[in-house]
Ligand binder design. Structure first.
Ligand SMILES: NC(=O)c1ccc[n+]([C@@H]2O[C@H](COP(=O)([O-])OP(=O)(O)OC[C@H]3O[C@@H](n4cnc5c(N)ncnc54)[C@H](OP(=O)(O)O)[C@@H]3O)[C@@H](O)[C@H]2O)c1
Length: 291
């Protein structure tokens, strides 16, 4: 697809995957708008390219509307929407309150709904456009003690699947790009369930988060950005695409084996391994590297 002067809105472009997507898309000739809760309509220069950062808070309907309207008023259209912004939560399900679970869904799921409510009418009328939802491999490999996050990403994939049915007649593409561990700020900004500070699940939780935090099989955010660019250019992007060879392979194999095998694999990766010496994570409401 010719991307000359196509307009892209990338939510959560102040760091990590969103920043890499904004940079990559701008480098490839797209007109890029990124969002951040702290933005002030400033033009930023990053990696030799420029794009505009617009304020948007996913939980705030008016702020989402204002950000989308800002782009539409300038260009009359949004050709590619990348629903990337989000945060991570952690804690055993038993120790997570419904209110804490709602925080995760309010940003990561309802936030996407809020953005879609304002962008889709324009894509539908234009009979074109691409929506890329940044999901996660945890949508199909749920991670213990990141349960609500995994549940939310499963919902994001399901949302993507439904949107594809509803929007295809209007010429709008929808695709989920699902990265695995990616080196970003997501660990730093992770929100822990309050009871995690005095958890009854201390050892398995510590083991699971040590694996997640240890960046095994992790990529830089540019890897995901390249996949997003590829999907944005495709005439018919697939419903979901996994980022990274290892994750692609594990996902492919998991489709041909019984769930108990997948379960064993997840247990082995997240629950059997003790934290390495010097890299344990200690509780005081948050995890900290003890080194
Ligand atoms: N890193 C990974 O291992 C990984 C793996 C799979 C999927 N993902 C997904 O990738 C996406 C990006 O995460 P990341 O890893 O790049 O994390 P990140 O570096 O922490 O970036 C998160 C971005 O989202 C924005 N954001 C966070 N909460 C927001 C809110 N409530 N309202 C508006 N904006 C908000 C942040 O902007 P401000 O703080 O400036 O507002 C920031 O730009 C997320 O959907 C995440 O679930 C990440």
């Amino acid at each position: 697809m010719n991307n000359h002067h196509q307009v892209v809105l990338v939510t959560g472009a102040s760091s990590g995957i969103g920043q890499a997507v904004a940079q990559t898309m701008a480098k490839n000739g797209y007109i890029v708008y990124g969002t951040s809760r702290r933005a002030a309509y400033e033009t930023v220069e990053n990696g030799g390219v420029r794009y505009v950062m617009v304020p948007m808070t996913l939980e705030d309907e008016a702020s989402v509307k204002n950000a989308v309207d800002y782009v539409l008023q300038r260009h009359g259209r949004i050709d590619v929407l990348v629903n990337n912004a989000g945060l991570g939560t952690a804690g055993a399900i038993e120790e997570t309150t419904a209110e804490e679970a709602f925080l995760q869904f309010n940003a990561g799921y309802f936030g996407i709904i809020r953005v879609l409510n304002h962008v889709l009418p324009h894509m539908r009328e234009a009979k074109s456009g691409t929506v890329i939802n940044i999901g996660s491999v945890s949508s199909y490999f749920p991670v213990p003690f990141q349960g609500v996050y995994s549940n939310m990403k499963a919902a994001v994939f399901s949302l993507t699947a439904v949107l594809r049915f509803e929007l295809k007649p209007f010429g709008v593409n929808v695709c989920a790009v699902e990265p695995g561990n990616t080196r970003t700020n997501i660990i730093k900004s992770r929100i822990y369930a309050e009871k995690t500070a005095h958890t009854a699940y201390r050892q398995p939780l510590e083991r699971a988060l040590t694996t997640v935090n240890s960046n095994i099989y992790s990529y830089g955010p540019e890897k995901c950005a390249k996949v997003v660019l590829k999907m944005a250019k495709k005439k018919n992007p697939p419903a979901r695409v996994t980022v990274g060879f290892e994750y692609k392979l594990i996902h492919a194999v998991s489709r041909f084996v019984p769930w108990c095998v997948v379960e064993h694999f997840i247990r082995k990766v997240y629950l059997y391994k003790s934290p390495q010496k010097g890299t344990t994570w200690t509780f005081d409401g948050q995890f900290k590297n003890s080194k």
